[in-house]
Design a protein. Structure first.
Lengths: 366, 344
């Protein structure tokens, strides 16, 4: 099995797994305590949480604090629903974890369009009375890197807060400067599932979604898992240490795959793009059939969450593709642990299966 | 020389069971996103659904199950998205409920016993009553209350964070559980709901009732922890009996002594000695216990639970909670330490 779906989730880094083990201990050690307990084992667990928090904070700008959550979806909901903004602007290509809560809070939310390359215009007009602007750092479907610094500056000038969904960029790119809130997820950077974080600029306070024991400064009640925190911290530390190396590796994979699939056209910008993502289309391609033909290759036709819904991608539609063209698009997501030989093998198979479809006559050119 | 640590705070969290650890590590290796349609993703989805079925079977629950990050989230989900408005809560709920309820009436508990004696104002809405109190171990008569509630048109939300995996679940309409209270991992919980129509969906995973990538390792470990069973509770009942007899002899007040309580949680008053002082002394002897819930530890507020029960000397009560591995020697050591603290 060749795994090319690293935007959906990434494998757990061995280092992250290792960092979790002491906190998954049984009664023979004290590595299981509740980090909110005042006794000694509790304080030791709390110290592990704080060490992890510093490591995650290293991925994020100075001048803020990290609030652990169950994942990016919760972090984004907390940011959008908790910041008190009434009027909201979002880009046309946000993940549902942003667009759904934003539209819940402001059904008339302003949608910032993207161009054919999948980029939000940094100068796009912001409506009067805007309270919150949400633009992602790296798009999860087409990998485009958005001009978030410029948008953050403009949001501030308009008196609005800026929220950046950095799920696909955290640990890979420098953090967005000028944002007020940044959401990240551990399992997209080779950490465990079940943990994410919201970074908040100092001085900013939110209305919590979950109340109770008052953990995380009252912003997020619920027992924190020292294991998940430690795994997240180790993954963050590793991502930072390997940033240059990882990116060079992905760049090589991207170039090789692009060259090996000449019949495909790129969706989204070629240069303003995270090289872990290759989203392409080939006219007339029946992607559902391609996926069922290539059962030993894990790739996708859009985001994992929307897969299976049968709905064409809102991102591909936003860059101007017809539903038919959108349905002939595939997403290959490379990661740190993807080998060049796997990419070349997958491309050979994808190419052959796509050629076979057309040879045996599939209608649908548009 | 530091004494070997003695952990008697299992109501705060309890060690991960070996079975759950194996399942968790297995889950780490099955890291695909359960919502992905490719073979890896479908295998993860199948494992997730299998875990869901196993958890329901182990709990004897025939309704629906929504995985969450824990009981706090499950309770917030139930209260914020219930098709009925929140009608009332008991006065002794965990903060995860109390801080969500705004102006809803708080049903009193009987002095001394800590029991909710009957339904009251708000009975026609969603009513939150915990199964087992996290500070005292008191078991509420939920099956009887559920009957009275339903007769009045209400729905029962039972916080079963402390009872799931130990007691048969009550006859409730919604139930919140937390894996790390029964030997599963921290960071995984669930909301059980009798019928999807009782909740408003918001879209996303878990059939549109909880957005966010599913935590498959957590779900697998939760299932494994529940399947490990609760046979050990028979021993806990004996140990707790010995503990309480000896503490009472030494002058301790047993909170809700006459009430039916979970065998693993007890609250004990040391007359004339502030709870915080007891905790610090015991911690110095390597013994981990608590005053009230872990979440409120460190705060000097007196417990709302003990206050609601009109407990005398609420500020002198500590919680001792037993676990699977607690032994008779541990009880001996705790009683000796308790007496030493009481003596000076």
């Amino acid at each position: 099995m060749i795994y090319l779906d690293n935007q959906a989730t990434t494998p757990l880094a061995p280092e992250a797994r290792e960092a979790m083990l002491p906190w998954l201990a049984g009664p023979e050690s004290s590595g299981f305590a509740n980090p909110h307990s005042a006794h000694r084992p509790g304080r030791i667990a709390a110290a592990a949480v704080e060490i992890a928090r510093e490591k995650v904070a290293a991925l994020l700008p100075p001048g803020g604090r990290v609030v652990f959550t169950s994942g990016a979806t919760e972090a984004l909901n907390l940011a959008i629903l908790g910041c008190g903004a009434g009027r909201i602007a979002i880009s046309a290509i946000e993940h549902a974890a942003v667009s759904e809560p934003a539209l819940h809070r402001d059904p008339a939310a302003c949608v910032l369009p993207v161009d054919e390359a999948g980029l939000v215009d940094g100068e796009a007009p912001l409506p009067d009375g805007i309270g919150l602007v949400c633009v992602m750092q790296v798009n999860n479907e087409i990998g485009t890197v958005q001009p978030v610094e410029r948008l953050a500056a403009r949001a501030r000038a308009a008196g609005a807060l800026f929220l950046c969904d950095a799920v696909q960029g955290a640990g890979k790119l420098a953090p967005p400067e000028g944002a007020d809130m940044i959401a990240v997820s551990a399992h997209k950077l080779y950490g465990p599932k079940g943990i994410g974080a919201l970074w908040l600029r100092d001085g900013l306070d939110l209305e919590p979604l979950m109340r109770g024991g008052g953990q995380e400064g009252g912003l997020r009640s619920g027992t924190l898992s020292p294991a998940l925190c430690a795994g997240f911290g180790a993954a963050a530390e590793l991502a930072l240490r390997r940033q240059t190396e990882d990116e060079a590796h992905l760049r090589a994979l991207w170039d090789a795959a692009r060259a090996a699939l000449p019949g495909f056209r790129l969706n989204g910008s070629a240069d303003q793009r995270w090289p872990g993502n290759l989203n392409m289309r080939r006219d007339g391609l029946d992607v559902a059939r391609l996926m069922s033909d290539l059962r030993t290759i894990a790739f996708s036709a859009g985001s994992a969450c929307a897969s299976g819904s049968g709905k064409p991608s809102h991102v591909l539609r936003a860059i101007g593709l017809s539903d038919k063209k959108a349905r002939s698009s595939i997403r290959l997501g490379f990661g740190r642990y993807t080998r060049m030989s796997e990419v070349l093998e997958a491309c050979t198979q994808i190419s052959a299966a796509a050629d076979a479809q057309q040879e045996f006559g599939v209608s649908g050119y548009d | 020389m530091t004494a070997k640590p003695l952990y008697l705070d299992h109501a705060a969290t309890t060690p991960l069971l070996p079975e759950a650890r194996v399942a968790l590590l297995d889950g780490f290796a099955r890291w695909a996103n359960p919502s992905s349609p490719h073979a890896h993703g479908r295998a993860a989805r199948a494992a997730l659904e299998d875990a869901r079925d196993r958890i329901k079977a182990a709990l004897g629950w025939t309704g629906e199950l929504i995985f969450t990050s824990g009981a706090s989230e499950a309770l917030a989900l139930a209260i914020s998205r219930c098709a009925k408005p929140l009608g009332a809560v008991s006065a002794v709920e965990h903060e995860a409920v109390l801080r969500l309820v705004g102006q809803a009436p708080h049903w009193p508990v009987a002095p001394g016993s800590g029991l909710v004696e009957g339904v009251g104002e708000g009975v026609e809405g969603l009513v939150g009553i915990q199964h087992v109190n996290n500070e005292t171990g008191v078991i509420q008569p939920l099956d009887r209350l559920a009957g009275e509630l339903r007769a009045a048109g209400g729905w029962l939300l039972a916080d079963c964070a402390q009872s799931a995996g130990k007691l048969v679940l009550p006859d409730a309409d919604m139930i919140a559980i937390s894996a790390h209270k029964f030997g599963g991992p921290i960071g995984t919980g669930a909301l059980l709901v009798r019928d999807w129509a009782m909740l408003r969906p918001t879209g996303g995973q878990e059939r549109g009732y909880r957005a966010g990538t599913e935590n498959l390792p957590g779900a697998l470990a939760m299932a494994a922890a529940l399947e490990a069973g609760s046979g050990w509770l028979a021993d806990a009942i004996k140990l707790r009996g010995q503990l309480e007899a000896r503490l009472a002899e030494a002058g301790a007040g047993i909170v809700a002594a006459e009430t039916h309580r979970l065998a693993t949680i007890g609250a004990y008053r040391m007359p004339g000695r502030a709870a915080q002082a007891q905790l610090i002394r015991l911690d110095g002897m390597g013994i981990a216990v608590s005053a009230g819930s872990a979440c409120s530890s460190g705060s000097l507020k007196s417990s709302h639970v003990l206050t609601a029960m009109q407990q005398d000397g609420a500020g002198e009560v500590i919680r001792v909670s037993l676990g699977r591995e607690t032994t008779a020697d541990d009880i001996d050591r705790f009683v000796a330490a308790w007496k030493e603290v009481a003596a000076r």
